[in-house]
Design a protein around this ligand. Structure first.
Ligand SMILES: [Zn+2]
Length: 256
């Protein structure tokens, strides 16, 4: 309470991070507007710094911060915390289960879809494309497991469609290409080659698969020599755009 009533407000370095959440909560509860804004601003600065405690924090701290963001209607903190929690889940540092349970209860859709995607990948048996095992140690409800199964099969079908149907090369009305048949032939050939290239992660990890294809196709010598630079750039741009579209619409695959 000292920090809430003192004037001027103490420097952020004078207050341990673990106290900031309680301070912001108390200031909000008792109507200390300036202290509330100060505590929230300090929290935002700390969690977005190079020394952010969220880089090593357990799931419980993410939950506390999102509860605070909800209580104080602080969208900036909510976005950063969801993003960092998703990142930690994707790289395997935190379990997806607590994020799924929390995000579903409080309707954090961005966090929810990231957590479902990560949990789905953890349940995929290596490179195999067989049945997704239902039994797992995530502690998820039958309904939540159903969402994961829906995502798995939807993404699997979608990936197979993409693999077998190379993206069209976008052509503007004003642009001309004197050797477009060769552009199209080269693009389709290299698309199929990279789409079927054996890689050590499951096909259902469609975002990682498309990023791998982008990296490979940028370096591809055949495309460099057989496509006009305009068509090559347009085709690679279409791949990047498609990857973003799939990421932005991922919740459809999980029926959310
Ligand atoms: Zn062309």
């Amino acid at each position: 309470m000292w920090a809430l009533t003192t004037s001027p407000l103490p420097k952020a370095s004078q207050v341990p991070f673990s106290h900031f959440i309680a301070l912001a909560k108390l200031a909000h509860m008792y109507g200390f507007r300036l202290a509330r804004e100060w505590a929230l601003a300090c929290l935002y600065t700390l969690i977005t710094s190079d020394y952010s405690p969220l880089r090593h924090a357990p799931s419980e701290l993410f939950v506390r911060l999102l509860h605070l963001a909800l209580r104080c209607s602080d969208a900036r903190i909510a976005v950063v915390v969801q993003s960092m929690w998703s990142d930690r889940i994707h790289i395997g540092q935190l379990p997806a289960g607590p994020a799924i349970v929390f995000a579903e209860e409080y309707d954090f859709r961005l966090l929810l879809v990231h957590a479902y995607y990560a949990q789905m990948l953890r349940m995929v048996p290596g490179r195999a494309l067989g049945k997704l095992p239902v039994a797992d140690d995530s502690g998820l409800s039958p309904s939540q497991k159903t969402h994961i199964l829906e995502g798995y099969y939807s993404l699997l079908v979608y990936w197979r469609h993409l693999r077998d149907n190379p993206l069209d090369i976008p052509l503007s009305e004003s642009s001309t290409c004197s050797s477009h048949d060769m552009c199209v032939a080269a693009w389709k050939d290299r698309w199929t080659y990279t789409a079927e290239y054996p890689i050590p992660f499951p096909s259902v990890d469609i975002l990682r698969r498309l990023r791998f294809m982008k990296t490979s196709l940028v370096e591809d010598r055949t495309l460099q020599s057989c496509m006009s630079s305009r068509c090559r750039n347009a085709a690679l741009g279409a791949l990047v755009k498609k990857t973003h579209e799939i990421g932005d619409n991922m919740f459809h695959h999980f029926d959310l």
